[in-house]
Each structure stands twice: as C-alpha cells, then as structure tokens.
Design a protein around this ligand. Structure first.
Ligand code: SF4
Ligand code: SF4
Length: 127
C-alpha cells in the first residue's frame, strides 16, 4: 500500500503566500473546469481570469491587489486567505507544494523568533 505523504506545513495557519506567486500556470483543462464551476463559457473564463505570462509565454492566473503581499490570485479571499474556487482550482494549486513548503518553514522560524504566532512575513518571489 502506498504511504500517505506526511504534511510538514499547515496551510490553515498561513496567509497563502503561494497564491501570491506571480506565475500560477493554468492549463486548458483547468480553464474548462473553472468555467464549468462558475457556470460561464470557457472563453469568458479565459479572458476574465487568466492572462499570458510575460516570463513564460503561457497562461497564468490574473492577480488583484493583496492585503499582505503586493498582489495575489484573484480567487484568493482577502479575509479568510482561502481559495474561493477550491474544488475547481488549477492542477498546479492541487499539487503544490508536495511534501515540504519552504515558505511555511521560514514563517515558523520568524513567528518563533518574533514570539508572534500570527505574524505575516513577506518575502520577495523574484529574489
Ligand atoms: S505557502 Fe505553503 S503553507 Fe502557505 S498556503 Fe501555500 S502551501 Fe500552504
Ligand atoms: S486558484 Fe485558488 S489555490 Fe490557486 S492560486 Fe488562486 S486562490 Fe490560490
């Protein structure tokens, strides 16, 4: 039997840094799933929620202004820091980050150091 992956991070206590990543890739299948979930046409969903990445020339999620970081995926709820299309989120969002999350580890160290269990720590995606 396949061993379950041990999660070494807790997304419920994180301000969703990964949803602020500039290039969140979206496949045609992802767009179709999102369109179905939101009851709209694929073309409409594609135009409204995605754009071409200047860095990779591939479709990525559109962003909006974010409360903590510069910008975030437009489907991130600013209050709850949760995905508003969770059941229909792109494949990349489902598989990220695998077994470990570097940001979570950084956040935990900073929260311990600052003795602030809810601190939000920023970091530069492009660094
Ligand atoms: S940055 Fe890491 S801990 Fe935070 S929501 Fe994303 S995967 Fe979860
Ligand atoms: S689709 Fe949802 S999980 Fe994916 S980046 Fe946007 S808010 Fe985060």
């Amino acid at each position: 039997m396949k061993k379950p992956i041990r999660m070494l991070y807790d997304c419920s206590k994180c301000p969703a840094w990964c949803c602020t990543y500039p290039n969140i890739f979206v496949t045609q299948r992802d767009i179709e799933r999102i369109a179905k979930h939101l009851n709209m046409s694929v073309e409409e969903a594609k135009g409204k929620f995605t754009r071409m990445s200047e860095d990779y020339n591939k479709p990525i999620m559109r962003h909006k202004k974010d409360k903590y970081f510069d910008t975030a995926c437009r489907f991130l709820d600013q209050k709850t820091r949760r995905c508003t299309i969770y059941e229909a989120r792109p494949h990349g969002c489902r598989t990220y980050p695998g077994g470990r999350c570097g940001y979570w580890e950084f956040l935990k160290i900073e929260r311990d150091r600052q003795e602030e269990p809810d601190a939000t720590v920023t970091t530069d995606h492009r660094a």
